[in-house]
Design a protein around this ligand. Structure first.
Ligand SMILES: NC(=O)C1=CN([C@@H]2O[C@H](COP(=O)(O)OP(=O)(O)OC[C@H]3O[C@@H](n4cnc5c(N)ncnc54)[C@H](O)[C@@H]3O)[C@@H](O)[C@H]2O)C=CC1
Ligand SMILES: Cc1cc2nc3c(=O)[nH]c(=O)nc-3n(C[C@H](O)[C@H](O)[C@H](O)COP(=O)(O)O)c2cc1C
Length: 179
């Protein structure tokens, strides 16, 4: 079969200028679809939460996730000092909530946008999240501008209905079935 594609394949040229490299990297990352989460924390350093796509599974033994958090984010001290966090996986109904937690908005306004409960660590659990992973941060690695947080899962709450929320090409999409 003669299958033609209309995809332009460009030669990979290493970029010397770090600003251009950052822009190219971000433009490339914008083509990588990702699930959207709200990562929350609570404890002695206060309540906080932020929208996050840099979240993934590490191992199931013990169940562990990683979360990459920008060191310059206003939420950084609260998350790292509390040592606990909850990864709340968003549904398609949560676009506005994701925008609220995506930066700049004061913490009180962020949490006023939805209903919350808690599981074992005290980190806020979004009532209608698709799934919530309540975690303790067990290790922190240096990722340059970001800290890579290894998080052991203490408790999980999930619901069966609802479609996922996907971030792709800098816009939100619903994660329906492909077929
Ligand atoms: N991992 C991260 O820290 C992410 C941060 N953001 C922030 O949200 C805002 C809006 O982002 P977009 O509309 O998607 O446009 P954008 O051009 O800033 O980002 C495009 C893509 O690049 C990646 N990215 C962006 N900033 C990054 C960073 N500082 N470190 C590592 N990867 C990064 C993400 O995959 C993002 O979807 C920006 O301020 C951006 O920095 C967004 C997504 C992920
Ligand atoms: C869709 C989306 C995904 C994001 N993913 C991450 C992420 O994985 N890690 C991160 O540190 N910041 C991420 N951000 C940015 C944070 O949500 C934002 O910096 C955070 O809310 C703190 O902002 P503040 O410093 O204004 O409080 C993301 C933003 C958006 C809109």
């Amino acid at each position: 079969m003669n299958m033609k594609t209309s995809v332009a394949i460009e030669k990979a040229v290493p970029v010397a200028d770090p600003d251009i490299a950052r822009t190219e990297f971000r433009n490339a990352m914008a083509r990588m679809a990702a699930a959207v989460n709200i990562v929350t924390t609570n404890g002695p350093a206060g309540i906080a939460g932020f929208a996050a796509t840099a979240v993934c599974s590490v191992t199931d033994n013990p169940p562990t996730l990683l979360v990459c958090l920008n060191r310059g984010a206003s939420v950084h001290p609260a998350v790292t000092q509390n040592g606990v966090l909850c990864v709340n996986v968003l549904s398609e109904a949560h676009q506005d909530l994701s925008r609220l937690f995506g930066g700049k908005t004061p913490v009180v306004e962020r949490f006023a946008g939805a209903s919350w409960s808690e599981l074992s660590t005290g980190a806020p659990v979004l009532e209608d999240a698709l799934v919530s992973f309540d975690c303790r941060i067990v290790r922190q690695a240096d990722g340059g501008t970001h800290d890579i947080l290894l998080c052991e899962v203490d408790a999980i709450r999930q619901r069966d209905e609802g479609q996922g929320l996907i971030y792709f090409d800098r816009t939100y999409h619903s994660a329906g079935r492909a077929e």
